[in-house]
Design a protein around this ligand. Structure first.
Ligand SMILES: *Cc1c(COP(=O)(O)O)cnc(C)c1O
Length: 348
């Protein structure tokens, strides 16, 4: 994909030479026995910075969310989750398929929050007809949008009032934290957000730029259950310190630089916002979405193909989506604006 500018996702980054050298030098052991010092150090660090008793390192964010749902819920329970949330829509229905835990999807408001009344109405009474509602799952950022902190506080408090646990899919938690922190400390902001939840999953393989890996945080009791489930799901790795070292390097180097991805995404959004036929969505972090107006002559699928032929890779399951990441620089943004502008001549 060398000749393309790749905006499909922030997962497409490749480890730098420096990250690779840190990985090559990592001390390792067999993590199934808890022997890998690099994995242990990473788990302790993540638990510590986000304010939890413990964390476990997992191969993917999908598995981390699934472990969390199965550790919070029993067979026949349900979790409340957004219609567009990753752990409902984008994870193959794993909680239902593998855990017999049913999702109860909730409609999002325009800013991707839920109306609190909608959450409350979805919590089922204790009645033999109903699944037991056990968990509220939020996601931050969600489709690039940052959830307001007072909303998180209110939604998780509502969950607690009804004896539900609260899980955060924080695949891009640090993007939310960087956006909210401004000139403040993004790690402290991430901890503030995380503090409202019983469990939090974070990805190292997105904007942080590591090749593989996620961490799930929670109480010691919760992590003990999650450890057993991770084993059952085939997620225990062996000399995974090589991967943990990459994640540590990503935490050391790549949190504040997420602000650059956000700035570039904004420049891109502004650059294409005046193109006739295109409607750019709201932007908070590193994801720019746009849709084509009804009067345009191409479908979104056709437009994505014409962008690809011009050298731009984007994704488009729903809206057309550009994601900025550490492999995208200022000149890529300039070029992308030019190419979208050119391709859009065929729209009207
Ligand atoms: C990427 C992502 C995940 C997990 O993805 P994996 O590819 O399984 O690591 C989970 N939630 C959100 C919001 C994501 O963007």
């Amino acid at each position: 994909m060398t000749d393309f500018i790749d905006f499909r996702s922030d997962t497409v980054t490749r480890p730098s030479a420096e990250m690779r050298s840190v990985m090559a030098a990592a001390e390792v052991g067999d993590d199934a026995y808890g022997d890998d010092p690099s994995v242990r150090a990473l788990q302790e660090r993540v638990a510590d910075i986000l304010g939890f008793d413990e964390a476990i390192f997992l191969p993917s964010g999908t598995q981390s969310n699934l472990c969390a749902i199965l550790a919070h819920c029993q067979r026949g329970d349900e979790y409340l989750v957004g219609q567009m949330a990753h752990c409902y829509r984008w994870e193959g229905g794993g909680a239902a398929v593998l855990g017999s835990v049913q999702p109860q999807p909730l409609e999002h408001l325009a800013d991707m929050t839920f109306d609190l009344g909608t959450i409350e109405a979805a919590i089922k009474p204790d009645d033999i007809h109903f699944a037991r509602t056990r968990l509220l799952a939020l996601e931050n950022t969600i489709m690039g949008r940052v959830l307001p902190t007072d909303y998180i506080e209110a939604a998780t408090a509502l969950a607690a009032d009804h004896d539900l646990s609260a899980h955060l899919d924080g695949a891009r938690l640090f993007n939310a934290a960087v956006s909210l922190a401004g000139n403040g400390d993004p790690v402290a902001m991430a901890a503030r957000i995380a503090g409202h939840f019983d469990s939090v999953s974070v990805c190292f393989s997105k904007g942080l730029g590591a090749p593989v890996g996620s961490a799930l945080c929670g109480s010691s009791e919760f992590i003990r259950r999650a450890r057993r489930i991770r084993k059952m799901l085939g997620g225990v790795m062996r000399q995974s310190g090589i991967l943990a070292a990459a994640a540590e390097f990503a935490l050391d180097r790549n949190i504040p630089r997420l602000a650059e991805d956000h700035r570039r995404a904004r420049t891109l959004a502004e650059g294409i916002s005046t193109i006739p036929g295109i409607k750019v969505g709201p932007i908070d972090t590193n994801i720019v979405t746009f849709s084509l107006l009804p009067e345009t002559k191409l479908t979104a699928g056709e437009f994505i193909i014409s962008l690809r032929d011009a050298g731009l890779l984007v994704s488009g399951a729903y809206d057309i989506r550009f994601v900025t990441h550490l492999g995208i620089d200022d000149s890529d943004i300039e070029r992308a604006i030019e190419l979208v502008t050119t391709c859009a001549h065929d729209l009207i």
